[in-house]
Ligand binder design. Structure first.
Ligand SMILES: [Ca+2]
Ligand SMILES: [Ca+2]
Length: 376
């Protein structure tokens, strides 16, 4: 993020910035203040204001493709207060319709959607009904105090062999105090097939970066928990790779981690099987995954490598990772632009499709092989 202090130089005009505009053509002096790099525009030429990017769906899949996607639906609570008022959304019905528009018009009705931050089966079943596109919902309630969970919407042309939550009771040991529950939102593993070709998808919502710089938290320890979750997931992936070496595996969801080492814990490197050495990260991990996984965000042009905006900084938290068996059938990857670029106030504008959530959805496209009984 770069601040602009528009009238800092003598004679420079005040720029009045409302929601959903861009500032273009700035020439000026680079300063550092308020903890940010700050541009002090020259009086001439004056910067200009322009429109922000518009809603941009992912490409429609062609008939030779199937798609696997992920979306964080940001506290997708139904309108039934199960245990406390905080999990009751009075706007659930219009918000559900808005979420359905995103999955249909922006994500193009993926065959498998890994969903994140959904309350329960009632909320997800309602979304499947709203879509009326042949989706079956799967979700398991976990340990999150805010009652958000992960699950799947799966289209009818996918054969579901099993769907299972893993690690709900698993604990980890923080540096201070007694063992704690590891997985607030335990991963859910989908074992499936399309046209007789099997594949596995694991959906996740890992521990956030909140308080990650703290080393004194009693009870939960953010860094230790992030590392333990990454290692738990790495072991889960490697267990499947060991027992079924030919199995295509996609690991999706909100990892609350960048595609590179953040200096505290290299979450994505550990899950992918390429952990950063201990000289470059505070809490290092061993290499638990072989062969390694790829992060599809690395296939995008640099300007497209974001799914979220935190305090003005665009970043990727939502990922699709592929093992080498799935990489062989990978065609392309896209992030739908419908949430991260748009004002938070639009969340409750139900005439708009934008900003049902704070995260953009991601979609991966794969070759659809002919039905297995017709192959030679
Ligand atoms: Ca509820
Ligand atoms: Ca490795």
């Amino acid at each position: 993020m770069i601040r602009v202090d528009s009238d800092a130089q003598p004679g420079a005009p005040v720029l009045t910035v409302t929601a959903n505009v861009t500032i273009n053509n700035i020439t000026g002096v680079l300063d550092f203040s308020s903890a940010r790099y700050t541009l002090l525009p020259d009086a001439s030429p004056a910067p200009s204001l322009g429109p922000l990017s518009t809603l941009n769906p992912v490409p429609a899949p062609d008939p030779s493709e199937f798609t696997i996607a992920t979306i964080n639906l940001e506290r997708f609570y139904d309108d039934v207060s199960n245990t406390s008022a905080s999990d009751n959304d009075a706007n659930f019905v219009p918000r559900r319709a808005k979420a359905a528009r995103v999955i249909r018009d922006v994500m193009r009705l993926p065959d498998v959607v890994g969903v994140v931050e959904v309350e329960n089966l009632n909320a997800l079943q309602g979304l499947a009904n709203e879509l009326a596109a042949g989706y079956t919902p799967y979700i398991f309630e976990g340990n999150d105090p805010s009652k958000i969970n992960v699950g799947f919407l799966v289209k009818s042309r996918i054969t579901v062999n099993s769907v299972a939550q893993v690690g709900k009771d698993t604990q980890y040991s923080p540096p201070i105090g007694s063992p704690q529950i590891l997985n607030d939102r335990p991963p859910v593993v989908l074992s499936a097939a399309i046209n007789g070709s099997p594949f596995t998808v694991i959906v996740n919502h890992l521990r956030s970066l909140i308080d990650v710089s703290s080393t004194t938290t009693s009870g939960e320890n953010p860094r230790a928990k992030r590392r333990a979750q990454a290692e738990f997931l790495a072991n889960l992936i490697q267990n499947i790779q060991t027992t079924k070496p030919q199995e295509p595996i996609a690991v999706v969801g909100d990892f609350d981690a960048f595609q590179f080492n953040d200096g505290y814990v290299d979450v994505l490197g550990t899950v992918r099987g390429v952990p950063t050495p201990a000289t470059q990260v505070t809490l290092a991990s061993n290499d638990l995954v072989n062969p390694d996984l790829n992060a599809l965000v690395d296939t995008l042009p640099e300007a497209q490598r974001y799914s979220y905006t935190f305090e003005g900084n665009a970043q990727t938290l939502d990922h699709i990772l592929l093992n080498s068996a799935f990489q062989q059938r990978f065609r392309r990857f896209a992030i739908g632009r419908v949430n991260a670029d748009f004002p938070a106030a639009w969340r409750t504008d139900f005439n708009r499709t934008e900003r049902v959530s704070d995260h953009d959805p991601a979609v991966a496209y794969f070759s659809l092989l002919p039905p297995i009984n017709r192959r030679r």
